[in-house]
Structure formats: C-alpha cells, structure tokens
Design a protein around this ligand. Structure first.
Ligand code: GDC
Length: 340
C-alpha cells in the first residue's frame, strides 16, 4: 500500500484505533479516514490532518459511506471494555456484530484490498482457562467453542464471518486476537478500563489521598498477560500485510498474577498498600496467557515490551491525567488526546 492510498480506521476515537491513526500519520500516510461513534470531544486522540467522522457504524449506510475509496480497512470499532463492562453488557457487546457485518459488506462492495479485524483472547474456550497457572492459549484452543459469554461469542462469530468473506467472496481478511492491551491514551476510569489502567489509577488515588489501601477484584492470583500499545499497533500492521490466513494471537507471553501487577504499580509509585480483595467483583477467567509459537513461526516476531517498562509509561500518563482532573482542568480527562 502506498502512502497516498486511503486507509480507513474504525473505532478511531478509542484507545487502539487512535493509536493506529497516530502511527499511520507518523509513517507518512496522507489519506487517513478516522471514524468513531463518539462525539469528537470524547475521542482519545484526534488529529487535524486526518478526515475525522463521527458516525454510527451499526448502520449499513454509514459503513458504505466510510468504506468508499478505502484501500485498506482496519476495523476496530466495537462496544467493549474490561471485565467490569463486558460482564454486565453482554447484549450490547454482541450487537457489535452489526458493525462487523456491515463493514465487511461495505468493504466487499468498495473493492477494498485488505480488511483487518480485531478479535480477542475472549474467544478462547473457558474450560482451558480454569487453572490459575497462566495457561498459554494456542490458536486452536478456540475450538470446541465455549467463548466468553456475550463479547467473546460475538468476536468468534465475526472472525468466522471474515474467514467466509475471504473464502466465498474473495475479500482479503486478516484477523488478530488481542490479549489485554494497555498503554497511554487508554481508558483509565469510568467502568470500561482494564486491570493495568485500573490498578494504576487506584494506586495513584491511594498515593494522592493518603489512604494507603487498594481494592482488588478477585483473589489477586488470577493470571493474565498484558500487551503494550506499541506492540499492538506493530502487530496489526505486520499481520495485515502478511499472507497469514488464520486468526493469530497478538499478545505478550509475559504472564503475571494480578498481585504481581499491583506489586509493579506500587513499586513505580514508591508506595505499599493494604490490599482488600473483592471476591464478588467481575473476575473473568482464572488464567490466560498468549502462546506465541505461531506468530513467531510466521513473523519471527512477537510483542516484547516488558510489562514493567510499559506499565511505567502508562502509570506516568495516568498520573498526569489524574492530576489535571484534580486541578479541575476542563476537558483534560476524556479529551486528553484530542488534537495534539
Ligand atoms: O478487566 P480485565 O483487565 O480483563 O481484568 C483482568 C483481571 O484483573 C480480572 O480477573 C479482574 O477481576 C482483575 N482485576 C482486579 N482489579 C480492577 O480494578 C481490577 N479493574 C479491572 N478491570 N480488573 C481488575 C479482557 C476483556 C477485554 C479483552 C481482553 C483480551 O478480559 O475484558 O475486553 O477482550 O480480555 O485479553 P480480562 O483480561 O479478564
């Protein structure tokens, strides 16, 4: 793809979509169309030299409009969030199937050359994630299917729709299964935030307030791997331009317990907190890690930012956002990334 070709990024007002637009700009792409349902003021990052559109992609006519002329489409639009959100919004999460269906149809009608779909580790069979020992999930572990209720089933269905659009209609589709992505410009409060941002925020709250306590959801021994945003945007580009047909894990293989995640955030903050475990809070699966054998085989690469390094950058960014909000600086919180 040339730097004059039109790229469409959907979900561009969100964390990963906004980061992807930022990367494409810095690589010299000059014809980027960025679309999100959120009003402009709520986009995490927004750039004046990009065609920004606030449109609801649940509607087919909007998908047709934004796909027009797009040589590549990166479909990151979805209703989603961390465990606190997806556990309580299963129907809403499943409705994202409208976006994916209409975007695939629009891409096909437009003659789009490549279509990237962002799937999730939530497609994996829950039975394989019952142990706390951070089971490494291979791509084949999505079947027999028993995905995360609501959100995971929609992702699995839409992955398959991508496959069949490729097989039956000849649309070049590429799919990555993201494992818990974190970093600056990500959601850090409001209910959709994931564990890394939530833990950073809670540690900052404790530090600033002088109340040296933290509430942790679950027992703290759940395991996860967390992928830094730069690895995610690198991986999206590598997978989209590759000839890999099957959905591929895009995640870090550095598994930690949630307690270890809290240890790191405390160390960055230079503080030790009393831990209170809320066993009634949304927990998701007990253990999950990304098996990276397949991505290594195909790309000789895998996400490799150490969690400690990425978390420090994330912590510092959230700290600045938090302090700006404390000072009552209007518009800094949700609109922190707007037009920079
Ligand atoms: O929300 P999440 O990061 O999503 O939670 C990870 C673990 O951290 C859970 O067991 C959760 O209970 C625990 N946790 C402890 N304290 C807190 O304050 C907190 N906030 C949050 N959010 N969690 C806390 C995610 C999905 C995503 C996406 C990725 C793919 O599941 O929510 O939409 O698909 O998976 O890997 P997680 O990792 O369970």
């Amino acid at each position: 793809m040339g730097t004059n070709d039109k790229i469409l990024v959907t979900g561009a007002g969100g964390f990963i979509g906004g980061a992807l637009v930022s990367v494409f700009r810095s690589k010299g792409y000059r014809d980027i169309r960025a679309v999100d349902v959120k009003p402009f003021g709520e986009w995490y990052q927004r750039f004046d030299d990009v065609e920004n559109l606030s449109l609801d992609l649940n509607l087919k006519e909007n998908c047709e409009r934004v796909a027009k002329g797009a040589v590549e489409i990166y479909n990151l639009a979805a209703n989603m969030g961390g465990m606190g959100f997806i556990e309580h919004n299963k129907a809403l999460c499943m409705l994202s199937v409208l976006i994916n269906t209409h975007m695939l149809q629009a891409a096909l009608a437009n003659g789009t050359k490549r279509f990237f779909y962002s799937s999730s580790a939530c497609v994996y069979n829950g039975d394989k994630q019952k142990t706390f020992e951070a089971p490494s999930l291979k791509e084949e572990d999505a079947y027999p299917a028993m995905a995360e209720d609501g959100y995971g089933w929609e992702k699995l269905f839409s992955e398959r729709m991508c496959r069949h659009f490729r097989e039956d209609f000849g649309l070049t589709t590429r799919v990555a299964r993201f494992h818990n992505v974190y970093g600056p410009w990500g959601t850090w409060f409001g209910g959709r935030e994931k564990a890394p941002a939530a833990i950073c925020r809670k540690v900052i709250e404790a530090k600033v307030s002088g109340k040296h306590q933290i509430e942790i959801w679950g027992s703290g021994v759940q395991t996860r791997s967390f992928m830094f945003i730069d690895d995610c945007t690198d991986g999206i580009q590598k997978i989209t331009s590759s000839e890999i047909l099957e959905p591929l894990n895009l995640g870090s293989s550095e598994a930690v317990t949630i307690n270890q995640l809290v240890d790191m955030a405390e160390e960055i903050a230079g503080i030790k907190l009393k831990r209170n475990y809320d066993l009634t809070a949304p927990k998701g699966v007990n253990g999950r890690n990304s098996d990276n054998a397949l991505i290594q085989k195909y790309l000789h690469w895998e996400p490799n930012t150490p969690l400690r390094v990425g978390l420090e950058k994330t912590y510092r960014w959230i700290y600045d956002q938090y302090m700006a909000r404390e000072r009552g600086e209007a518009g800094v919180v949700r609109e922190a990334g707007a037009t920079r």
